[in-house]
Design a protein around this ligand. Structure first.
Ligand SMILES: Nc1ncnc2c1ncn2[C@@H]1O[C@H](COP(=O)(O)OP(=O)(O)OP(=O)(O)O)[C@@H](O)[C@H]1O
Ligand SMILES: [Mg+2]
Length: 503
């Protein structure tokens, strides 16, 4: 087939970085009227390829066509002119600005010095009407929950008249309900004759929303399949190059002493009062729709947020600062790795000891940093947690999203804490690496670690936890064993309906 009837055609796209060949002669085509899923392991080259299409970086080799015409973008402005919009893996909105200001930013109608906000408001309102979704135009982006921020990103692309929409892991931060809404929008969008590329590690979503799926591995296209004719297992195998165990294998927990005891813990704005215990050698999962107090709970327990109520850690009150909490052996995998988990300009070596750099074995006699100890530690981390590329000298911002997450998880587990507070530990991580991280968590549990696992991914909570607490509106609605936790029971508790209220 020629290139003329296609939305987008890529031929031989190649991109080299100092340590990796990120894209290796990639051929890909996108038809009008379809959602094409793009899947592959962390670091396979998905975001790199899409940044090339969006004009954020030039390819070293290769050619592109949009709607049959040769296409060589020198900046995103060229991409926008060609009708391409992109929603990034990490949002690119200007947070202190309002939604409306973000929409017109860099594209003001009329004079470049006076933004015509009134006209923009009229256009945006009409667009939202047509799309059937709403975003408050006058609120600041930083005040919006992530689900709405993402709608702003989509609205921004459509406001610029995108006919080809690229979504790089758009659902990583969405609740299942928000993801469903996004899928309805995407289907309607392509049925009008547009086209979309959808990147996700959630293969169930890929199966649900896409027409075709292209798999890439190590920068090369492995193959393209008609999505309805494939399966989760087949996609996983194509991605990883081996069979993937989709179920977590673990023996029964052997809980020991109480490590964490929480009584009536409350923290504004959303944590209203919770009580529970976590023992050594067990994983306690917290399930619930995001925004029901989980963030406050995690931050209170790690010393990052003021709270009331009683928290005993190893029988003593929790120290007053995050640094002291950490020093006493509490590890924290934060929900937002870029904000809290990593210093993006630091190398893996530096990030691997972040928060522990002032202590032995890294800081030695006369306060000198011990380079050999630091390097050995970083080596262990990248090998055991399969951080790719294996270098310890690469700055955090040069890693793919999932590999950056592996650095955080590895650092927090390897420091041998007594308590691990893990929020969304596998967000953005590929299916093979999830398997590896789950194994590490079970291994740490079996060595006596107490784990509090907060995850928006129900299947993750179900497969890892020894006990499950369900949160709703800042309180614990119920506690279940994994055996008791059917989807229905969990769903009801997550919606705030307890067995008593039903009776
Ligand atoms: N600016 C850069 N400098 C050096 N290496 C880079 C740069 N950007 C990306 N890379 C490397 O290119 C490879 C591909 O990265 P990319 O972000 O495209 O992966 P990805 O498929 O999107 O992965 P993920 O699923 O984890 O998001 C990785 O090995 C990454 O470290
Ligand atoms: Mg990526």
């Amino acid at each position: 087939m020629g290139v003329s009837e296609k939305a987008l055609v890529l031929k031989g796209i190649t991109k080299r970085f100092p340590l990796v060949l990120a894209n290796d002669h990639i051929d890909l085509d996108l038809n009008w009227g379809e959602v094409l899923a793009l899947v592959g392991e962390n670091g396979a080259g998905k975001s790199t390829l899409m940044k090339i299409v969006y004009g954020l970086q030039p390819p070293d080799e290769g050619e592109m066509w949009v709607d049959g015409r040769p296409y060589r973008p020198r900046s995103p402005l060229d991409a926008i002119r060609a009708g391409i919009g992109m929603v990034h893996q990490h949002f690119m909105l200007v947070e202190p600005f309002t939604v409306l200001e973000n929409l017109v930013l860099g594209l003001e109608p009329g004079s470049p010095f006076r933004m015509d906000l009134d006209q923009a408001r009229r256009e945006a309102s009409a667009l939202m009407e047509a799309l059937g979704f709403h975003v408050p135009l006058d609120e600041k982006v930083e005040d919006l929950p992530v689900g709405l921020q993402q709608r702003v990103e989509i609205l921004k692309a459509l406001y610029r008249k995108a006919r080809i929409l690229i979504l790089d892991e758009p659902t990583a931060v969405l609740t299942p309900q928000e993801a469903e809404e996004l899928f309805r929008f995407l289907r309607a969008y392509v049925e009008k004759g547009n086209a979309a590329i959808f990147i996700s590690h959630k293969l169930k979503e890929v199966l649900e929303v896409s027409d075709r799926t292209t798999v890439i591995r190590d920068g090369k296209v492995v193959g393209t399949v008609q999505t309805p004719r494939t399966s989760l297992e087949e996609l996983a195998r194509m991605m990883v190059g081996r069979e993937v165990v989709l179920r977590v294998e673990k023996g029964p927990a052997r809980p020991g002493e109480v490590v964490l005891e929480v009584e009536n813990l409350a923290a504004p704005p959303r944590l209203k009062g919770v009580s529970f215990r976590v023992r050594a050698g067990e994983i306690v999962g917290v399930a619930g729709v995001e925004g029901n107090g989980q963030t406050e709970l995690v931050e209170a327990l790690t010393g990052l947020r003021p709270h009331t109520g009683r928290v005993l850690y190893l029988g003593e009150p929790l120290p007053p600062t995050a640094r002291k909490v950490r020093e006493r052996g509490v590890s924290h995998i934060p929900e937002d790795r870029n904000q809290r988990g990593l210093v993006l300009d630091f190398t893996t070596r530096e990030n691997a000891i972040l928060g522990d750099h002032h202590r032995p074995p890294f800081r030695g006699f006369l306060d000198f940093l011990q380079p050999e100890a630091v390097e050995a530690h970083a080596q262990t981390l990248v090998e055991r947690f399969d951080v790719r590329p294996r270098s310890t000298a690469l700055a955090a911002r040069r890693y793919s999203g999932g590999n950056a997450q592996k650095i955080v998880v590895g650092r927090e587990i390897l420091r041998r804490p007594r308590l691990l507070v893990a929020a969304q530990p596998t967000r953005g991580v590929d299916i093979g690496a999830i398997e590896a991280i789950h194994k590490e968590l079970i291994r740490a549990r079996d060595e006596g670690l107490a784990v509090l696992l907060v995850s928006a991914d129900l299947s993750e909570v179900l497969s890892l936890s020894d006990r499950i607490l369900v949160m709703y509106e800042g309180r614990i609605m119920g506690e279940l064993t994994p055996e008791e936790a059917t989807e229905e029971r969990l769903g009801l508790l997550m919606a705030g309906i307890s067995p008593e209220t039903r009776r």
